[in-house]
Ligand binder design. Sequence first.
Ligand SMILES: Nc1nc2c(ncn2[C@@H]2O[C@H](COP(=O)(O)OP(=O)(O)OP(=O)(O)O)[C@@H](O)[C@H]2O)c(=O)[nH]1
Ligand SMILES: [Mg+2]
Length: 296
Amino acid sequence: MRKTGFIAIVGKANAGKSTLINSFVRQKVSIVSPKPQTTREQVLGVWTDDDSQMVFVDTPGFFQSKNALGDYMLKSIDNAVQNVDCILVVIDGHDGIDEQEIAQISRYRKQNVPIVVAVTKTDISQPEKLMPELSKLNGLEGVAEVYCVSAKRNKGVEELKQALKKYLNGTEMYFEEDDVTDKTQRFAVSEIIREKVLLACENEIPHGVGVAINIMRQNGNTWDIDATVIVEKASHKPIVLGKHGAMIKGIATHARESIEKLLEAKVFLTLWVKVKENWRNNPSMLNELGYSNRSK
Ligand SMILES: Nc1nc2c(ncn2[C@@H]2O[C@H](COP(=O)(O)OP(=O)(O)OP(=O)(O)O)[C@@H](O)[C@H]2O)c(=O)[nH]1
Ligand SMILES: [Mg+2]
């Protein structure tokens, strides 16, 4: 019988949580970018093998909320650590560990489940800086184990995954054997588009971007997708469009290529850019974009 259970992946924004969940399940279930607050809601990544089913829960990174979307994101971190078998705290080894992270770890002790720490980005961390950080972590009350990994280079990830199996408490299967996520293709498509916007845009624009899928229709071997990139200020629209539309064209090309890989089919993608002032505080917009407690 397989051992099964849930493992919440938590940590600071940009620590490398989503890169790690993708590496655990060997598929891209959660988008990744160098901009903090890339992940906005829980995303499950499911790994099933001969002796286990591990359900990893990716979460937004913790940060100071300034609007209703931020409140939703923080709430989803709190929800993610309830009723799990283990909490995996991800720390950016290149950045070092700060007081806020230590405080979070002591807060998680209240959940009464094992806490494991993954120090990631070891491929770009300097050993002489990393060592004192590791001894800080090893001495922390409530931390069961500390692992060093590089999720980007797939170093140490398999060993960590194997080690986490001992914390699984269930025996029932939560997902089908070939499921890798709880999310729909429609969600994946909207996230791919948002990821390409995040990669193309700088400063405050990424935080205020939402993506709405207007049409997603299969026509034989091809897909027609029509989506709107929502920005929160009128001044952001010309930046996202770019000179003669060059920026949005580039975003659409990159997004189309990734979506074609996901859907394994030819894709016709049309992207629009619309301004919805202050949408991150607008409950009906948040609901429309899936940032509410119903599933997307
Ligand atoms: N060099 C290196 N970079 C990494 C590694 N893991 C993640 N990164 C980079 O770190 C940045 C943030 O990675 P994410 O996986 O999006 O981080 P996150 O913790 O999910 O971020 P949020 O969703 O914003 O909280 C990206 O540019 C990744 O490519 C790693 O092991 N090594
Ligand atoms: Mg993330």
